[in-house]
Design a protein around this ligand. Sequence first.
Ligand SMILES: Cc1cc2nc3c(=O)[nH]c(=O)nc-3n(C[C@H](O)[C@H](O)[C@H](O)COP(=O)(O)O)c2cc1C
Length: 188
Amino acid sequence: MTGRFIEYPLEKVHRLFEPGPVVLVSTSDGRGRTNLMTNGFNMPVRHSTTVALVLGPWDHSFSALRETGECVIGIPGRDILEAVVDIGNVSGADVDKWERFGMTPAPAATVRPPLITECFANVECTVTDDRLVDDFDLWLLRVERAWIDPAAPEGSEIHHRGNGTFSTNGEVVDLRSRMTKWEALTGD
Ligand SMILES: Cc1cc2nc3c(=O)[nH]c(=O)nc-3n(C[C@H](O)[C@H](O)[C@H](O)COP(=O)(O)O)c2cc1C
């Protein structure tokens, strides 16, 4: 106990940093076999150009990303959340998750892995730096192209709270007028 605080277990600390969106990662191995996995540990790193993902060797997708250096990150909405969780509970080594979970591939513009039609947004990525992969399973990805369904309401992404519970976005607090140093970020 320290003042108002009780100790919080280190193994739960990631819950405080989530919720970035829970995403689907689409890969294609050297033979063109495509796969999907669920990812909750992700973050933007540089505006417009760079995002980061934790994706480890326990995932079948790992070898495809290693081999090809390409992926598509799909941002799912509430409508497919159950499938998103199921996709993160089976291996692409055992099943064709596109078929099993009713996901529809669509061609990407710059990479071989397909876009995921059922996601409301898709981001085409190439590996820009894998120096932290061996130690931390952390991939730095260059954003090549991004696509969004213009009909999807803003803030449609879903957040994993780190323990199998999820939240949708709630109240929007508009503090754009206070972003005086970062005005360039506040446009529509
Ligand atoms: C909600 C959720 C979040 C997950 N987040 C990650 C993650 O951030 N990084 C990771 O490597 N695996 C994560 N996983 C686990 C993978 O999705 C899981 O190992 C999956 O079966 C990998 O598929 P694959 O073996 O076909 O590549 C998550 C799973 C779930 C259900």
